[in-house]
Design a protein around this ligand. Structure first.
Ligand code: MN
Length: 148
């Protein structure tokens, strides 16, 4: 896995975001969602996979109920330390604005078709239960809660 894109988008002399280091957590299944007050408010879903965080930007509040489908735009993989990072990305830098941790926990991969479909069991405080991430076009995925 590579963090080349992550690195390329940022100036680490200006931003205090985590450095691009590939590493695994002990259990290897960190989940988090950050609330990112960038130009457009959005929520960033992070799922640990193979030493990085698979990342998706969700323009609307993540769904807690079955039946609400959300667009999730895949973004560049992020380093593991990003999962619980909070702070303010300086004005003029990529993603400028405040980042807060909205939810945190673990997840379990229930089913996957790499790069196309992930069915996961989220064990967070805000989101709990079975969720689907289904790719439908380019970087665009659907994120929704499933019936258990
Ligand atoms: Mn973001």
């Amino acid at each position: 896995m590579s963090l080349a894109q992550y690195k390329k988008k940022r100036k680490f002399s200006k931003t205090s975001e985590p450095k691009p280091v590939v590493k695994k957590s002990k259990a290897g299944n960190i989940y988090s969602i950050q609330e990112h007050h960038a130009r457009n408010l959005h929520w960033d879903l992070r799922l640990e996979k193979d030493g990085v965080l698979m990342s998706f930007a969700i323009p609307k509040k993540p769904p807690k109920k079955v039946g609400l489908k959300r667009l999730a735009v895949q973004t560049e993989d992020h380093p593991l330390d990003y999962a619980y990072w909070k702070g303010t990305i300086p004005k003029g830098e990529y993603g400028a604005g405040e980042v807060k941790v909205w939810d945190r926990g673990k997840y379990k991969m229930l089913d996957q078709k790499k790069g196309k479909k992930y069915i996961i069991d989220i064990k967070g405080k805000e989101l709990k239960g079975k969720y689907a991430l289904i790719k439908f076009r380019d970087k665009n995925w659907l994120f929704f809660k499933m019936k258990n």
